[in-house]
Write a protein that binds this ligand. Structure first.
Ligand code: G
Ligand code: G
Ligand code: MN
Ligand code: NA
Length: 258
């Protein structure tokens, strides 16, 4: 099994699909948005997770085919749900480093979204802290353009990179996602006085003070949920509520409003 060759073929044969993981209001459990997560359904290897192939796609340049394909699939899914009267929520798409700095990404995104006749409010884009830091001035410019077009932006995996507070305050983003490695450390009430709990509290405070929506990733249990709520973080995603799932299963949940 040669990953790079197979990946090229996978794109031609359309073996890629999107799963979706809800972000929920931690108080009510209501779905507020979805994150699109790429999956590769390999005919022999089965379902391959992005952690295995996104880095290869990035290093080979295949990401420049994969990225637009993800956007296209997400737009088509939203369009389909809307056409069939399924109550929709915004869908967040992960942008890799190479994609963000692609020539004229904002215009490309705008064209796709307009072609699907979608309001820009239905799409969010996530970039990691390290992607933003790669070329700060350029990132500010690109994100600013996306913002003017009406798209919502957030910083993913926050806390794992080296972004300083002043950098974060300069980024035209609306949201911040606490990396799941920190959230994992508050899964036991006895850890709430520990260093990681302090980091989680600090990130929530920083995000809110900058006027950002703060989403906790990797919420797996009730004590994490309660801790986050006590700190004022009301948005989360994680296995406590949902695993990433195919569109059909998500649709059923959107219909019942759960
Ligand atoms: O779904 P999973 O938890 O295995 O995702 C692992 C990683 O792959 C995450 O960091 C996520 O951001 C990334 N990822 C998932 N889907 C996409 C995608 O469509 N594009 C990019 N660039 N990264 C993705
Ligand atoms: O883009 P990002 O790096 O945030 O990717 C989200 C990843 O986190 C996805 O691969 C998803 O499957 C994973 N994930 C989502 N919720 C949980 C969770 O509660 N626990 C763990 N361990 N992983 C999660
Ligand atoms: Mn993400
Ligand atoms: Na993340």
């Amino acid at each position: 099994f040669h990953l790079e060759q197979s990946l090229r073929r996978a794109l031609e044969r359309d073996e890629m699909l999107l799963y979706f993981q809800p972000r929920r209001d931690l108080r009510t459990g209501r779905i507020v948005s979805l994150e699109a997560l790429l999956r590769w359904r390999h005919p022999r290897e089965g379902l391959i997770l992005p952690g295995r192939f996104i880095p290869v796609a990035e290093s080979t340049g295949l990401i420049l085919d994969l990225g637009p394909m993800v956007l296209e699939k997400a737009c088509r899914q939203l369009q389909d749900w809307r056409a069939r009267g399924v109550p929709t929520v915004p869908v967040a798409i992960n942008l890799s480093t190479q994609e963000l700095y692609t020539e004229d990404l904002p215009r490309h995104i705008q064209q796709r979204v307009q072609a699907a006749d979608l309001p820009p409010e239905l799409l969010e884009f996530e970039i990691t802290e390290s992607t933003a830091m790669r070329s700060m001035e350029e990132a500010i410019h690109i994100l600013g353009r996306l913002n003017k077009m009406g798209f919502t932006l957030s910083v993913d995996d926050f806390g794992t990179g080296y972004a300083s507070m002043s950098y974060l305050s300069n980024l035209p983003v609306q949201g911040l996602k606490i990396d799941q490695s920190f959230v994992a450390q508050i899964s036991d009430p006895r850890h709430e006085a520990g260093a990681d709990a302090t980091i989680v509290k600090a990130i929530i405070g920083l995000g809110h003070n900058l006027g950002l929506n703060v989403i906790a990733e990797g919420v797996e249990n009730e004590s994490q949920r309660r801790f986050l709520l006590r700190q004022g973080c009301t948005l989360g995603q994680g296995f406590m509520f949902d695993r990433p799932r195919p569109a059909g299963e998500i649709e059923a949940q959107l219909r019942i409003g759960a």
